[in-house]
Design a protein around this ligand. Structure first.
Ligand code: NVA
Length: 316
């Protein structure tokens, strides 16, 4: 038996959080994708047996919530969902108190938050791993499913080019940082004022594992999709930005990904969207059923990728 306090100390020293795609090395990113494919094909064990996981969600969720709850159950764990009413991060209770209290009940906190700063604070004070289920800055679990989907359809990630059309937001930031780390080139086309921040573009260039990886921040969608193996888009108005929706609809005009834009990419390019979709804005109605769309497979892969993420961060 350890003296009181030692176990807690060990957990704190050993715990790893998944707040950003950059919390994984390129090799670990590849390893998780590979493991996700293996579990999908051959099944999985019970690495979460006896583990309880809190899902702390400040924003609505369909894919993330359901895929995490199902995945946790499949791996032998138990999940507790806490919505905005119960949580009130920093409003009903200070983040510090929530982190300390939950750490005594559960083995992991999966959080969807408005402010990435709150998430970082939660991770700093929690003695259990914290997983980002979407913040204003990043959406790392989505990106693990995206890379899994691309790997399944293209067999390799290295040497491919992904074009993102739209906002320099949480999804495009995580995609840029993760795709370049596994050897993919990344081009984003955004209207003026909505570009991906320079620091992320620079970080992605530094993280890239091969000299042939390019990271481009452009304004013209047709230029961005030239030579692309994957064309990806996301909503123009993210959760929490609803007050800007009208202005954004105007500013993003011309950035719709439709069959015409797809025809300017490589002939076998995949169309991807993380959903939810705003039909008539970033895509026309029916775009998810375009012959090149893998958007529904991508959504289903949230479950498959997250099983491997959970096993990696909690199953040891
Ligand atoms: N950028 C979107 C992603 C939704 C999964 C948002 O933050 O609302």
């Amino acid at each position: 038996m350890h003296p009181p306090g030692i176990d807690v100390l060990c957990v704190m020293v050993n715990k790893r959080d998944f707040l950003s795609v950059t919390d994984l090395s390129p090799a670990e990113t590849r390893q998780i994708i590979q493991r996700a494919r293996q579990m999908k094909a051959q099944g999985w064990g019970q690495p979460l047996a006896g583990k309880n996981i809190a899902l702390l969600f400040e924003k609505p969720s369909l894919r993330t919530r359901v895929s995490f709850q199902v995945g946790i159950q499949q791996l032998g764990g138990y999940s507790i969902y806490l919505g905005q009413q119960e949580v009130g991060l920093g409003v009903r209770e200070p983040v510090y108190d929530i982190a300390k209290v939950l750490s005594g009940y559960v083995d992991c906190i999966i959080a969807r938050v408005f402010s990435h700063q709150h998430l970082a604070e939660l991770a700093r004070y929690a003695s259990v791993p914290v997983i980002n289920a979407l913040s204003d800055l990043e959406h790392p679990c989505q990106i693990m499913a995206d890379l899994l989907t691309i790997a399944e359809h293209k067999e390799t990630l290295e040497g491919l080019k992904l074009a993102f059309i739209g906002d320099g937001n949480n999804v495009s930031r995580s995609l840029c940082l993760a795709a370049t780390a596994v050897g993919m080139s990344f081009a984003i086309a955004s209207p003026a004022g909505y570009n991906l921040d320079e620091a992320s573009v620079k970080a992605a260039r530094q993280r890239s594992t091969s000299k042939s990886v390019q990271v481009l921040s452009l304004s013209d969608p047709a230029t961005a999709v030239q030579g692309a193996d994957v064309v990806y888009t996301d909503t123009w108005t993210s959760m929490g930005q609803e007050a800007e929706a009208e202005v954004r609809r105007r500013d993003f005009r011309g950035y719709t990904v439709d069959a015409t834009l797809m025809s300017k990419a490589n002939p076998d390019a995949l169309f991807m969207h993380d959903m939810p979709v705003h039909y008539g804005e970033e895509v026309p109605p029916g775009m998810l059923d375009h012959p090149q769309s893998v958007a529904f497979a991508q959504a289903h892969n949230r479950l498959h990728a997250q099983r491997a993420v959970l096993e990696f961060f909690l199953g040891q």
